[in-house]
Each structure stands twice: as structure tokens, then as C-alpha cells.
Design a protein around this ligand. Structure first.
Ligand code: FAD
Length: 392
């Protein structure tokens, strides 16, 4: 049986970073992953350019049953701290918008950074390698794998969330937590397109490809971002963001003309106007959407002057208060992340260790901490990895 100081399961963002930092502290670390290709989720992230952090990351952009849990880790390893390493490795990056930092060339640069940091920490690897059993032992943990048995005082679980199973995502970390008696917050897809019953969506399906900036609200979530209509429902950054706040049965409220008083605009335009309603509205909204909307309200082909003020007000209200009830999401197959995970109430927020299971740590997406779209999820991976790496 081979002996280490730290065993890390899952060589994704959090696992590689934690293994590297623990190794650099002089710990003997073994990093295990069952995948054949390294860092697949990092590779496909940010459209291939990895939105590796967000300069504005703070607890306000994270969802969890325990919203304060992420505070300590985020404060101890900030976006600037990770950026220092990015600079050290000579990786060129740019800020897209709203503090989102992307690689200038490709996500591979971040995978290379993590591998180099692991080399620097003399991390041992087993990959692909399947873990078949995890057993608590006096003073540590033993894991049985298809490449032998390993033992260490610290076991770090960094197996990520369940999004995109075809590139190796599993619920392994959740099952282990449950087996060890830790509570879970039910996992569900997040940052995911939402879908509608076929008959409800049929009229809008022909608008697939139409995109516009909207204000979208659901429960405590509120985002001003782009919305994209698709054949099956809605997507785009606005929907991905709000999907993290949405649960089955909830309504979405869409303002198609954020921060504008459409009723006032229409009533003013009506004064002495000989224009078609369609002409006026399609200066404000995509034409295909405007046509469909007016058709559904029997207003297509009408001159603005002949529509009553009351009808114009109702029309404006409908466009600025479009209530939609999705019937589902595209699921883990298309989600970027998982909401829920290991319940943080069972974990220590400074070290990420399970309070009742000394030496067992959970970091990254497997934990019930889910960031907004925009680099926040990787920042959680780095910050939680750092916290555990200082403790192991
Ligand atoms: P992962 O990076 O998923 O790593 C988990 C690792 O564990 C994997 O290597 C997996 O093979 C391994 N594993 C799983 N089960 C087992 C097992 N049983 N045995 C051994 N190994 C196992 N976030 C951002 O902040 N910015 C972005 O630009 C961004 N873009 C994204 C785009 C897409 C399409 C997707 C799907 C996600 C994106 N995310 C983004 C989210 C981000 O990728 C994740 O939040 C982040 O990778 C989580 O890190 P992690 O280390 O916890 O998990």
C-alpha cells in the first residue's frame, strides 16, 4: 500500500490547483482522475477561451443554502491572487466585460498552468484510474483503485458537479458524501437553457435565433443580459443566469425594453403620427418578434393613430411584463454547472473539511456553492482549493 500525505480525487480545476498548492507546501500528493483526457471542462469553458475568473467576485454572486460559506475562502484567495499566477505563466488575457477575464488564445493555457504548478509541487498522477472503495482508517483514509491501494491522512474530493456527463462528470462525490453521513442539498442543473411545453412554445419557435437585451426576473434573481429565443425555449446569458434561481413551477418576468417607459413612448409617438404601429415598435425591438407579437394581439397592419390609448398601454405592459412559465430545462446534458451538492453546514468554511470526518475535504463544484455566469465558478474552484491546500 503506497503512502501519501494527501490524496486528491478529480483532476479538474479545483483538484489540480489544490494538489499543486499542497505539493508546493511540501506535502506528498497523489492526484487521481478517471478520465482519459485532462481538464476537459476547462478546455470547453468560456467558448474555448476559459473565463478563468471575475475581478468582482464576492459572496453576492454565489448561490448556496448557506450564502456566507464562501466568504472566507474567497477573501483568502482572490481573483487578483489567481491572476498573479496567470501573469507568472505569461498567459495573455483580456477583460471581456463586467470583470470577466478570458484567455487571449485558448483554455489550454490554463490547463498548462495547472499542470506546471503540479510539476512544481512534485504531484504524482494516476490517470485514467478508477477508485473502487474509500475507507476511513485510524489517522486517515485508504482508497482502493484499479492501480492499487493508497493511504493518506487527508483525502480531498474534487470530482466536480454533474453537468455534461459525456466528458466525465459524475455524482461520485455526492455518493461518497452520503456514504460518509454528510447531508446533501439536492443537485439540479444550473446555468442551463429553459424549455417550454411544445404547444405553448409553438408560436415562438419560428423566432429561433432572435436575440435582444432584456431585464429578466425570477424569485430573487434579476439580470440585464441578452436573451436568445431557440426552437425549444429560451437561452442566452440572461436565461442561463436566471436558471440558477428557477425551480419547476416558477414564472419568469421579462422586460423586453429595460429602463424604458414604452407606454409613454407610444402615446407620444401617436401624436399627429401616420406611421404603422409595426414601424414604430420595430425601431425598438427585433422586427420578427414585433410582427409576431402584434399578430397575436390583432394589431398587425394597424396605424398607430387608430389604436386606442388603453390598447397601447396594455401592449406596452405586455412587452415590459412578459410572464413565462418554463416547463423544464435542457438538463445536465447542456448545463454549465450543478446547483446544490455537499451541504456546507457539514463543512468548515476555513478548511473545507467535513467537521465530523477528520481528514475528508470537499472543494469546487461538488460543494453547494454555485456562481453566476462570468468566471465565478472557476474562482470558487481556485479559492476553495487554496483553503483546503493550506489545511491538508
Ligand atoms: P471539474 O473541473 O468538473 O473537475 C472534476 C474532475 O473530476 C474531472 O476531471 C472528472 O473527470 C473527475 N471525476 C469525476 N468523477 C470522478 C470519479 N468518480 N473518479 C475520478 N475522477 C472523477 N466556469 C467559469 O467560471 N468560467 C467559464 O468560462 C465556464 N465555462 C463553462 C463552460 C461549460 C460548457 C461548462 C460545462 C462549464 C463551465 N464553467 C465555467 C463551469 C466550470 O467549468 C466548473 O465550475 C469547474 O470546472 C468546476 O471545477 P471542479 O474542479 O470542481 O470540477
Amino acid at each position: 500500500m503506497a503512502q501519501y500525505d494527501v490524496l486528491v480525487i478529480g483532476a479538474g480545476a479545483a483538484g489540480m490547483y489544490c494538489a499543486a498548492l499542497a505539493g508546493q507546501r511540501g506535502r506528498r500528493v497523489l492526484l487521481i482522475d478517471h478520465a482519459t483526457r485532462l481538464g476537459e471542462k476547462i478546455r470547453i469553458s468560456g467558448g474555448g477561451r476559459c473565463n478563468f475568473t471575475n475581478l468582482h467576485a464576492s459572496p453576492a454572486q454565489y448561490l448556496s443554502d448557506n450564502p456566507h460559506y464562501c466568504r472566507s475562502a474567497l477573501a483568502r484567495h482572490t481573483p487578483q491572487d489567481f491572476l498573479k499566477r496567470v501573469r507568472h505563466h505569461g498567459i495573455r488575457w483580456f477583460e471581456k466585460h463586467k470583470g470577466q477575464l478570458f484567455c487571449e488564445d485558448s483554455s489550454q493555457r490554463i490547463i498548462d498552468l495547472l499542470q506546471a504548478e503540479c510539476d512544481d509541487g512534485r504531484v504524482d498522477w494516476r490517470m485514467p484510474c478508477t477508485v473502487t472503495a474509500v475507507t476511513p482508517e485510524a489517522g486517515g483514509w485508504a482508497i482502493a483503485t484499479d492501480q492499487g491501494t493508497f493511504e493518506a491522512p487527508s483525502l480531498v474530493v474534487a470530482t466536480g458537479g454533474m453537468a455534461i456527463p459525456k466528458i466525465g462528470a459524475t455524482d461520485w462525490g455526492l455518493r461518497l458524501a452520503k456514504q460518509q453521513g454528510l447531508p446533501l442539498v439536492s443537485p439540479r442543473p444550473a446555468l442551463v437553457p429553459l424549455t417550454f411545453a411544445r404547444e405553448d412554445w409553438a408560436p415562438f419557435a419560428e423566432l429561433a435565433g432572435v436575440a435582444l437585451e432584456v431585464m429578466l426576473r425570477c424569485n430573487e434573481g434579476e439580470f440585464r443580459e441578452d436573451l436568445l429565443l431557440t426552437h425549444r425555449g429560451l437561452s442566452g446569458p440572461a436565461i442561463l443566469q436566471i436558471s440558477s434561481y428557477w425551480q419547476h413551477g416558477d414564472e419568469l418576468v421579462v422586460d423586453l425594453l429595460p429602463e424604458q417607459d414604452l407606454a409613454a413612448l407610444l402615446l407620444e409617438a401617436k401624436q399627429g403620427s401616420r406611421q404603422q404601429l409595426l414601424t414604430v415598435l420595430s425601431q425598438l425591438l427585433p422586427r420578427r418578434l414585433t410582427e409576431l407579437w402584434l399578430q397575436r394581439h390583432d394589431l398587425l397592419g394597424r396605424a398607430l393613430a387608430e389604436v386606442s390609448d388603453k390598447t397601447l398601454r396594455q401592449l406596452a405592459h405586455g412587452l415590459q411584463h412578459w410572464v413565462l412559465r418554463p416547463d423544464g430545462s435542457e438538463g445536465f446534458r447542456k448545463a454549465e454547472v450543478m446547483r446544490g451538492g455537499v451541504d456546507t453546514r457539514a463543512l468548515d468554511s476555513r478548511t473545507m473539511m467535513a467537521r465530523e470526518r477528520p481528514g475528508l475535504y470537499f472543494i469546487g463544484e461538488v460543494v453547494d456553492v454555485t456562481g453566476w455566469l462570468g468566471g465565478y465558478n472557476f474562482q470558487w474552484a481556485w479559492s476553495s482549493a487554496f483553503a483546503a491546500a493550506q489545511a491538508v
